[in-house]
Ligand binder design. Structure first.
Ligand code: R5P
Length: 298
């Protein structure tokens, strides 16, 4: 197989290549004066089984949409060069949160991203902890593989919490199923009961609201689990609710640490002991510095 890793996914690509005992294939990325880009493979791919790794998070000066376009054009070039099969590996898939109409005339962005990838010639897509797995799978007509990071996170917390009374909390109702699966997994690993809780959340004109909290967190170390941290608002308010309800220690666990603008200040002010994310998205140096001592990347 041939593996390319584009842009900020290079370090992750190198780790994946090491695991597979292969070498990352070289490619060229050029940026022109007008901000147009050219990304091309530097090895032949005719009749090859090709994987292109590119996490599609937005970062300063490089939006998720820019990265998506570069991935699309790279796949187009691979298709033109005669690749036998092309798998797009997007550990974090942009626009996966807009997977349905919530207002009349809303775009269904996840489906349009799927149509673009299919039209340019991707044969398969792999992602990790899609915002909504069913919606992700339904959006694609090509094979869509949804992986999750639950085992990795559960192993970490099983070790971290040991015999301590524990609870797993979902910071919104949409994530309740994900949190419950995680709770069960953690309970099996810890071999003692793990309580659960959840928080009401709705957004109105971009503002997060909803104060109802349910769950048994008093006297327990709590893991608040979500698919991603963007502004940090969802996690920060859930952490405050857990503390108000008597949680002893509060940990955040999320697959994708996007840490959008000001997320670190929202999180720094909340009663959080540790923020645990995976390496689907490389935290910027600035965020890592500002959250130092509290940020763990698995
Ligand atoms: C939304 O439902 C997601 O699962 C996350 O809860 C949300 O996107 C987190 O965003 P933020 O960190 O901006 O509150």
């Amino acid at each position: 197989i041939v593996l390319f890793a584009l842009g900020s996914s290079r370090a992750l690509g190198e780790r994946v290549a090491r695991e597979l005992a292969i070498t990352l294939s070289p490619h060229e990325e050029r940026r022109f004066e007008d901000e147009e880009r050219k990304t091309r493979p530097l090895v032949g791919v005719r009749d090859k089984d090709v994987y292109v790794l590119s996490s599609l998070e937005g970062e300063a000066g490089d939006s998720g949409a820019d990265k998506l376009l570069r991935l699309l054009f790279f796949i187009g070039a691979l298709r033109d060069a005669g690749a036998a099969r092309i798998t797009a590996v997007t550990p974090y898939l942009c626009y996966a949160r807009k997977d349905r109409r919530t207002k009349p005339l809303d775009p269904v962005a996840t489906r349009y991203v799927a149509q673009l990838l299919e039209a340019i010639g991707a044969d398969r897509i792999v992602t990790i902890d899609a915002h909504n797995v069913a919606a992700f799978e339904n959006a694609f007509r090509i094979e869509a593989v949804a992986l999750d990071a639950q085992a990795l996170l559960a192993r970490y917390f099983a070790h971290r919490l040991g015999a301590e009374p524990a609870a797993v909390v979902s910071p919104d109702l949409g994530g309740e199923k994900r949190a419950e699966l995680f709770r069960q997994r953690l309970e099996t690993m810890l071999a003692h009961p793990v309580a659960k809780g959840f928080m009401d959340k709705h957004r109105s004109m971009g503002e997060i609201a909803g104060e109802i909290f349910a769950g048994d967190v008093a006297g327990r170390a709590v893991v608040i689990l979500d698919d991603l941290i963007s502004s940090g608002g969802t996690m920060a308010r859930a952490a405050r609710a857990c503390r108000a309800n008597g949680a002893t220690r509060i940990f955040l666990a999320a697959t994708h640490g996007l840490f959008a603008r000001d997320a670190d200040s929202a999180l720094r002010e909340a009663p959080i002991e540790e923020i645990v994310v995976t390496d689907t998205v490389a935290p910027s140096e600035a965020v890592a510095l500002r959250l130092r001592g509290r940020l763990v990347t698995l």
